[in-house]
Design a protein around this ligand. Sequence first.
Ligand code: NAI
Ligand code: MG
Length: 497
Amino acid sequence: MGFDLASSIQAYLATGKVERLPNALFMDGESVAAESRQSMPTWDPGTGRIFSEFAAGQTEDVDRAVVSSQKALKGEWSRFTPSQRGKLLRNVAELIRKNSDRLSFTEALDSGKRLDEAMGDVAGAANCFDYYAGACDKYQGISIPLGPDYVAYTLNEPLGVTAHIIPWNYPLSTAARGIAPALAAGCTVVAKPAEQTPLTALMLAELCMEAGLPKGVFNVITGTGQAAGAALVKHPGIHHITFTGSVTTGIDVMREAASNITHVLLELGGKSPIVALADCDLELTADNVIAGIFENAGQICSAGSRLLVHDSIHDALIEKVLKKTKAIQLGHGLKNSGMGPVNSELQLKRVSGHVESAKSRGIEVLCGGRISNDPDTGLGWFYEPTLLDRVPLLDAAVQQEIFGPVLCIQTFADMEEAVHLANGTQFGLVAGVFTKDLSAAHRLAQQIDAGQVYVNEYFAGGIAVPFGGNKHSGFGREKGLEAVGSYCKTKSVVARI
Ligand code: NAI
Ligand code: MG
């Protein structure tokens, strides 16, 4: 059945209803009801209203999914050649593209993000499957020279059953980023999407089946973190956990994983600095600062949530950033306004709480700093794009991840101070550097403690570039060929001949 984007948007905005959304768990190749038959609602953040229900999975459902995944690991999937796995992943990429309108519409509605951002995420998910399709038969082991009496080599074996705990800010693209390399490596998957955004992971599982993935290789358990997520991470039948989310939950996940010696990859928060040196192109830098903090309403682990600006250009750069910030129009994600809502009422309260407490400490608010709504309807969970100026390094607004449209501006006098500020939080996910002096840029890239550094284009790169955090931002790497390695265990074989 076809999906018409324009009429679906129109119908939804008029009625608040959507037809044919997935609402069951996905196991062993098919949609199945939760054993408890319980369901829970998902909200449209742009209106603050419930638009669908989905299955509330619990321990018994997780058990079934893990058993199905264990069985599939030993079944026909284990006999797929790497190039057959590649062909299959390529089919998934094509099906994602074919279903782009339906996926983007659902993602925008469930998460609150702008439709064009959702389209970008869906295109990124398809590229991710394409990239790992190509990697399947190219990720090689090595042979080790031990002299004429030995033959030694390594095998990259799949880690086994992998659990993927997915957050609500980039539901489909985070799922794809973990699941595609896991499948490329020959693993099986049990995914647990966030309870705020459960729908596109279920759609992805259906598309993977249509692409020819054997039953049980990719299962999805929807439900809360406390019930479904916790049961999954403590399950002794899983061999690896990829977790993306908060530091606090990451610590819990790691603790639970410890009791089964389960392999973990943690992609946690950030407080990433954008460093603007005195000679930077002000217009280019301002545009990147705006995209870095207001895309997805600032709910990005790698958001450029701190602007470190050289004293000499503070006023000139901030004038530009302020003008561009004030021009951002709020509105429902499906209307593609300048910025959509934040994902939940709870997240809105968190963001607002951070800013209110900064205000009470006397931090200067250049603009924003208020809860808002969709100007057309007066509904939804919106927060005004906010600039906080000259925030001291040790202030909570700088030290804590706000995860909303709030930028903290800090100033520095020289490179040493820039590095000190950049490295002055518990996080180490990404950093941006803006300058025409390439030596200074590469020196900063060496000195900043982060998993990735972008020079003169924030968020530069793509699926081919490894991504992950240092310090409390986590460990392990996703994306790039390294991600296939994240889902393999190396076996070395040494033979005396
Ligand atoms: P969270 O870390 O609690 O949730 C992320 C995922 O973990 C969801 O799928 C959730 O259901 C699951 N989960 C929760 N508790 C679990 C448990 N005990 N065992 C296994 N899975 C569990 O994040 P939350 O509460 O939604 O947001 C809190 C803060 O986390 C945000 O304000 C933001 O600072 C940060 N965050 C960071 C993200 C990132 O991209 N690094 C993504 C989402 C949130
Ligand atoms: Mg939702």
